[in-house]
Ligand binder design. Sequence first.
Ligand code: C5P
Length: 311
Amino acid sequence: MIRIPSFAKVNLGLEVLRLRDDGYHELRTLFQAVDLKDTIELTLTRKPAVEVACDHPLVPTDGRNLAVRAAQELRRFGRVAGGVRMRLEKRIPVGGGLGGGSSNAAAVLLALDRLWGLGLGTTGLLPLARRLGADVPYFLFGGTALGVSRGDEIYPLAGEIRAHLVLVAPEVPVSTAAVFRRLDAGLTPRENGHSIYRFISSDLEGRPQYGALTNDLEEAALEEAPVLRDQVTTIRRLLVREGALLAALSGSGSTYFGLFTSGPRAARAGAALRKRGFRATCARTVSLSSYRQAFRRALAAGGQNPRGRGR
Ligand code: C5P
């Protein structure tokens, strides 16, 4: 049995360029891993089945769960004889734009590739990850990364953003598909956005230009969930008052986050928001190397079982 971490992400910026022929949208987004995490326990079984249990009542345990689908697809792809039993400890808010389900799926792919001795590695897992969802490929890498195409073509950045975050999860569910549909009504197709390129060409380890970043989904998300608008106004005001360098919606929401260079300021902002009744969590950014190391360490503790492979 091994236990692996499954980190959350925020989108520091997100540009929507146009609707594609496949119904998805052409994006430019900047992903950042954060240390708020779920934990996944995996036990290999002789029984040829994928089973999951979860401590969160809203998380499905059948094929709607991306971690289950990830394990099933990899098992089929690798012609694995045995199965796996998983236990998910959910700490990442569900349906909040923090990529919890996608992160779980990528973590399961990375872990089972090793435990089943398949040797696919990140590159070999990418096509499977893409089929599972647009955010899944990013979580094979972590750290700070540029996502283009559907957000599933990933370019990890060498520069490391060290920051504290306050993640505020209003309990308002927002459907990603509905937000994109709403955006389409007013979308003027364009070849490129410039905010993310301006940001990543600034000095990421010195003075990043957070002011350049935007999230094109924010207005559509607030139209889709009007109760969110009042909450966001308050959240934003408190975050900025405490010195947030960036205050933005993550993905299609509904999590709103503030980014700080000072830990004590982030803690103060978190406390002020909790006092107003908001669910606010403090977190830190996770670099590309720490992300990789966290998996390596967890997987090294579990070893590998080549006998699980093949029929
Ligand atoms: O790929 P995933 O299932 O996570 O995407 C959820 C929904 O978000 C899609 O069904 C689609 O409506 C929308 N989406 C999009 N363009 C993208 C990514 C997601 O339209 N690049």
